[in-house]
Design a protein around this ligand. Structure first.
Ligand code: SAH
Ligand code: SF4
Ligand code: F3S
Length: 444
């Protein structure tokens, strides 16, 4: 009987992509995936280190699972516990010190070694090298008929925002070669995908090259999208995440010319205060952001924007926070994420003895910003009521004959249909809105 493994994924979509790859590696290596953590022979935790809460979640899960492991050992069977992802990279050995039941630890660029490490008993139990090239050359493609698929095109970050662990957990910026990405997208489309989401910590700084007519030509994100859009059967291209400093005219023009590239831009700014942006090492001013958004909107009038915000960054005064609120009001976001600042060991902002914002003040600011962002999202959505929009259907809904898809702007839409419409792009009349999701009627 094959040994079984269970995998739990925390954090961002890059981890979701990596988990898919781990599943495929283990399945090809003779293991079988189980949906039951307690009964599995191998428990894998693919972790996130971005905020303290995310990292601590691992240790509370480990506390629980190590009890199952003890019971299994007592009853004569066994269990191996593996920690992968950004906590594995950041804390390595420390994880085992905090919880002895952990057997193996793999940073995000070491998954190609998992099967070997499981099969051959070695002394080494922490794998935390930066092996980006090797990683992407050796990860298999999951055989699945899903309509929307993730494709990591770049990993790591060179920006070193003062609060952020990513440059330490994912290493230096690495752009995957164009050929590998193209091949992967083509394969996914052959399996049935209609949409790809190109992933990276900063996809807008993607930089690689190809040979065209015997000459080396540079490939930025705009050209990569252009090349991929030639794959017939692929209908939608999205990318995530961008940095305001890297959005140049070539990408804006590509949005204008390439109908497969969706008019939705996740463009985090973090704060609307120049003083805080400087402290965060974001390397741009609030006005640069506002001008950029205006410029994009003037060229692509239906472009929708989303952002990430951090409240309570050390030194953030009421006036700084008001500047963030003002920026949100000026830009008008379709949706956004907001977080309370979390000091992370090793980052610039945690090293200095900074002027910490009182927790209660941060909580109030978070509530206020979330109220405003939710209101903007609702206003954005209400503009679509009774409109006909193109929806790509990706899944079955919870109810009988119900299907779920998304508009170009990522809004979820539920419809009823007697025939299976998964994979179809249809025009839907958006009849009503429940919280952030539409109910619609198929027009054609
Ligand atoms: N590369 C992206 C974001 C990656 S992390 C960018 O440049 O914006 C995702 C989001 O987590 C960030 O945009 C930020 O809003 C939030 N985040 C990162 N570190 C954080 C911290 N220490 N405390 C609170 N939020 C944080
Ligand atoms: Fe982190 Fe900044 Fe890099 Fe985004 S750009 S991943 S916030 S360091
Ligand atoms: Fe978390 Fe690592 Fe992603 S820290 S947000 S899983 S890059």
């Amino acid at each position: 009987m094959k040994q079984s493994f269970f995998i739990k994924t925390y954090g961002c979509q890059m981890n979701v992509y990596d988990s898919e790859k781990i599943v495929e590696l283990l399945t090809n290596g003779g293991y079988r995936q189980s949906s039951n953590l307690e009964e599995s022979d191998i428990a894998i935790f693919n972790t996130c280190h971005i905020r303290e809460k995310a990292a601590e979640k691992l240790f509370s899960d480990l506390g629980r699972i190590s009890k199952y492991k003890e019971n299994k050992i007592k009853s004569g069977s066994s269990m191996r516990i593996i920690v992968t992802g950004c906590v594995a990279q950041a804390e390595g050995d420390e994880i085992k010190k905090r919880n002895k039941s952990v057997d193996l630890i793999f940073g995000p660029q070491n998954y190609q070694n998992i099967v070997d490490a499981l099969k051959v008993k070695k002394k080494k139990y922490v794998y935390a090298d930066f092996l980006c090239e090797e990683k992407f050359e050796s990860l298999p493609i999951k055989n699945s008929r899903e309509i929307s698929r993730l494709v990591t095109i770049q990993e790591g970050c060179d920006k070193f925002c003062s609060f952020c662990v990513v440059p330490y957990t994912r290493g230096a910026e690495f752009s995957r070669p164009v050929e590998g990405i193209f091949f992967e997208v083509k394969k996914l489309v052959e399996m049935g995908a209609k949409e790809v989401i190109l992933l990276g910590q900063n996809v807008s700084s993607y930089n690689s090259n190809i040979f065209e007519d015997g000459k080396e030509v540079s490939v930025k994100l705009s050209k990569l999208c252009n090349l991929i859009s030639s794959i017939s059967g692929l209908e939608r291209i999205r990318y995530l995440t961008s940095h305001p400093n890297d959005i140049k005219n070539d990408l804006i023009n590509e949005h204008h010319n390439n109908k497969k590239l969706m008019p939705f831009l996740h463009l985090p700014i973090q704060s609307g205060s120049d003083k805080i942006l400087k402290k965060m090492n974001r390397n741009h001013l609030r006005d640069d952001y506002i001008k950029l958004v205006k410029k994009i909107k003037s060229k692509i009038n239906n472009m929708a924007f989303s952002s990430d915000f951090i409240v309570g960054y050390p030194g953030e005064t009421e006036n700084d926070f008001d500047q963030t609120i003002d920026l949100i009001e000026q830009v008008g976001f379709a949706s956004s994420y907001s977080f309370k600042y979390s000091p992370r060991a090793g980052t610039q902002s945690s090293l200095k003895h900074l002027d910490m914002v009182n927790e209660d003040v941060s909580d109030l600011r978070l509530k206020k910003i979330q109220r405003l962002l939710n209101k903007q999202q609702e206003e954005f959505n209400l503009n679509f009521i009774n409109k006909n929009e193109e929806v790509l259907f990706t899944n079955k809904g919870k109810k009988n004959n119900q299907f779920v898809g998304r508009t170009k702007y990522l809004q979820p839409v539920h419809v009823l249909s007697d025939v299976n419409i998964i994979g179809k792009k249809l025009i839907v009349n958006l009849e009503n809105l429940t919280s952030f999701s539409f109910h619609g009627r198929i027009i054609s």
